[in-house]
Design a protein around this ligand. Sequence first.
Ligand code: IPM
Ligand code: MG
Length: 435
Amino acid sequence: MHRKILFAKSCLEGPGPRPLQEMAALQANPRTSSTLISEYARRPSPRRPPVRVRCSAAPSPPRSYRITLLPGDGIGPEVVSVAKDVLYLAGSLEGIEFRFREVPVGGAALDSTGVPLPEETLTTAKESDAVLLGAIGGYKWDANEKHLKPETGLLQLRAGLGVFANLRPATVLPQLVDASTLKKEVAEGVDIMVVRELTGGIYFGKPRGFGSNDKGEDIGFNTEIYSVPEIDRIARVAFEVARKRRGQLCSVDKANVLEVKFRKASMLWRKTVTALASEFSDVEISHMYVDNAAMQLIRNPKQFDTIVTNNIFGDILSDEASMLTGSIGMLPSASIGASGPGLFEPIHGSAPDIAGQDKANPLATVLSAAMLLRYGLGEEQAAKRIEDAVINTLNKGFRTGDIFSEGTTLVGCKRMGAEVLKSVDSQATVATALH
Ligand code: IPM
Ligand code: MG
């Protein structure tokens, strides 16, 4: 019998893996590990974000968390820099102290160390309370062999942290409904959470590789494989998520076709999810084939509340769901495991075509920082501050190029960050954040 997972981790229990805990228990019993804090304090001191803050209503004692920053490639450094400042400010206002440590991943790591996930990066990430990632990848490394691709570093990081549950919300904000390519009446009010299995399936399945067939032709092959415990644990997460939302869970598979000999990955998926449903009688469960789900997401997205699916279908459907909202540049994600720090990242990529031009939309990373606070640290108040600030900034009409429409104010990445900071707390000094 598995323990219920409620997505709040105690980050206060000292070094090493920390179990997922019930949110209520965490809030009821906030403790701080001074050992953990002083241990981290001995590390090279991180650069402080260029903001001054007014600390108001700080609960005592202050909580302190170690955050690993992985800016990565392309627009990653720009958007992470904004999110770091926002995180720092929102935390300060809630009496939270952050200790940031920045380490390379992806192409940046390949260039500086020769591998996409250096040992030190994984160790630093594992020893922290939460990890904030920008993006990885770029043209420069596209032709690299697989083990030297930036993407390989990201997959190794997810596997290394054991973050099997990837939450990808796709919410159409009223302020941005016109940015959607769908008709207003179809897009309006869409609020979907895609729960993607992240450390299994065809991404990691063996056997995999290259070979030749009996005609002597070159072939490439991969294996879609899931064990019952792997399906069970992601389904539990999804049921819990659905329970806290509108109570509807749609499990997406390809049970009409997919089977790998006796392993029957997709049939097993449906059977396991169905078996679990009796434990969550307050959640309405439905099943859908992935091709139909792709179509229904465009036809009538409002029919979906929470979707649970495997790694590859989740990759594809979450990109599709994100475009319902008008811009992939708006969407955050949280990846959570059974223990240890969570990984928080925007779902957009590294956008090398606009990298370094101050054109990127930092809001997906800023909202990932909010998810980090909520799901990674159980700091609901600070998370709310950030989300409210993003809404407020949009209400004021500020837009980056990807979400711009007539009558709104076009701004760059830094200015958008400065405006969010202003909204997080009107007394924050934001001038320096523009540099
Ligand atoms: C994502 C990305 C990654 C994935 C790539 C960059 C490996 O597309 O996070 O959705 O396929 O998981
Ligand atoms: Mg993807």
